[in-house]
Design a protein around this ligand. Sequence first.
Ligand SMILES: [Zn+2]
Length: 362
Amino acid sequence: MTYAKLIRISLLFALSVLALFIFFISGSPDWIEKNYASAFFPRLASVLRFLFGWMPFSLGDILYSIVTISILWQIGKFFVRLFHKTDSWAKKLSPLLTAGLILLFVYVYFYMFWGLNYYRKGIEHQLALQNSTFDKQQLIELNRALLIKLNATKEICLQKKDTVMSSDRMFHSSVEGYRELEKKFSFIRYRNVSLKPSLFGRIGNYVGFQGYYNPFTGEAQINTHIPNFVQPFVTSHEMAHQIGYASESEANFVGFLAATHSPDTLLQYSAYLDIFLYSIGNLRAVDSVASKEIGKQLHEGVKRDIRTERAFAMKHRTFLQNWTDAFYDFYLRQNRQRKGIESYNEVTGWLIAYWKKYESSP
Ligand SMILES: [Zn+2]
């Protein structure tokens, strides 16, 4: 057996053992919450942010590009060898094995270094929230409370003529929000900033992403080509992913709490707008008259922003987004986010429970 072959077989064996470990451990949320999500992961992610956060560009985006190209390269090699009559089958198939090894490595790395957070008990457990049921009246009250905050923050921003945020300010304010939130809940701890504009921003508009976390480098990428008032909340949302809230609803909820604890009104506005749109959507589903009534009371400036966001989405709507939506939906379901993309809406229930418990409103 050649040396290279031995390495490949040992690698395959080690990765398979780790993949099995992931499979079995994912069924133990208590163990994961205690040992992984609250101990191993936060330290690891903090080290990654320390190592790569200072780089002005997204290293993760470059790594993603390299991995994609390597896999395509190996697949290409396989097809070329397929038509080489002199090559043995072992030689023909070896690029596929290499591609498979790369994919298995990516899979194992992804779950060990972040993905296990999908199986934790999470924020609902940490804040001891009861998210089981809420009635229509509570939903109406939540929408009213968000409406008041939304209109008030918009008015303040307009009066200060403060409507556009630079990436630097966005990142700084979001970090400040997390610092404030940590004073209340010490387990929400964000150290070593690693926030970057995405290198794929313009492509991202057509594929349909606003931001993403890279588990391989601990960086959070923000799509800086989407409407400016959307970006600050995307930043807070991605930071929640960075500290171990993998599910979308958890990232929305933690991101919202952090953003609304920041003293920066424009960041607060961005968060209120995003969460308001979810909660009014929930209300529309059960009481369209009440949701219309609340919608009418929106500040003109807010209505303008909603129109801008819709026009932007319409302009960039392509068949690609249907594919990414379908893929992401599948991905979330695979990771126990049973409701798929709709799991974003869980946040409404948490917010009702949270306000009742910690802020006694609505
Ligand atoms: Zn997310």
